[in-house]
Design a protein around this ligand. Structure first.
Ligand SMILES: C[S@@+](CC[C@H](N)C(=O)[O-])C[C@H]1O[C@@H](n2cnc3c(N)ncnc32)[C@H](O)[C@@H]1O
Length: 177
């Protein structure tokens, strides 16, 4: 009887771990960090500066948020569904002492307000980008730059492309007209 109970607990525990790992992939994209030099290339392409408010949709370990604040003086917000990565990136922000200029929100970016963004970065997936188009058009101001690594927004015209690294830069009001 005890063995049956232990087996059941092990199965429940493993199921929770599998669902936890799969959940982000189900609602948007799995975790795969952008390399440091590509983070720099994305932020350079977006011409991020101290007047910017950058949102990284699916911020992972927070590397884009951290770099935007530390090296470019921007304000930055990450939105991440995975609670462990949220916790990790909040700890890193704390140790860098940049919490006054940055924030990591825990949640699904489809349900979060991004109206104050002047720049948005993403490394997600083709289908997720397509699903995001309506939200980006609805909430972002004309002139806001959207930089996507690897994945395009089909039907939109990038204003700049880094073909080697597959980085696509769109501008709201220009790319989607
Ligand atoms: C490919 S990783 C990119 C991480 C980071 N932006 C980078 O470039 O290193 C995608 C991240 O998006 C998160 N994610 C996927 N769908 C999401 C959603 N709907 N809401 C919030 N986070 C999501 C995943 O948990 C994962 O950490």
């Amino acid at each position: 009887m005890d063995f049956v109970l232990i087996d059941a607990l092990v199965v429940i525990f493993i199921s929770i771990i599998i669902i936890w790992i799969m959940w982000s992939a189900v609602i948007g994209a799995g975790f795969e960090p952008t390399s440091r030099d590509l983070v720099t290339k994305m932020l350079e392409m977006a011409e991020i500066g101290p007047d910017d408010v950058l949102y990284d949709l699916g911020s992972g370990d927070g590397r884009i948020v951290i770099e935007a604040v530390k090296s470019y003086g921007a304000r930055a917000v990450g939105i991440e569904a995975d609670p462990i990565r949220v916790l990790w990136s909040r700890i890193v922000l704390f140790f860098y002492g940049i919490q006054d200029k940055s924030q990591i929100k825990w949640g699904n970016f489809f349900n979060q307000d991004i109206v104050d963004a002047t720049a948005v970065t993403l490394f997600l997936g083709g289908k997720t980008n397509q699903r995001l188009k309506e939200k980006l058009i609805k909430e972002l101001k004309p002139g806001t730059v959207v930089v996507s690594y690897i994945w395009k927004f089909h039907g939109w015209t990038p204003v700049e492309i880094n073909y080697t690294d597959k980085i696509y830069l769109y501008k709201i009001g220009t790319s989607n007209v």
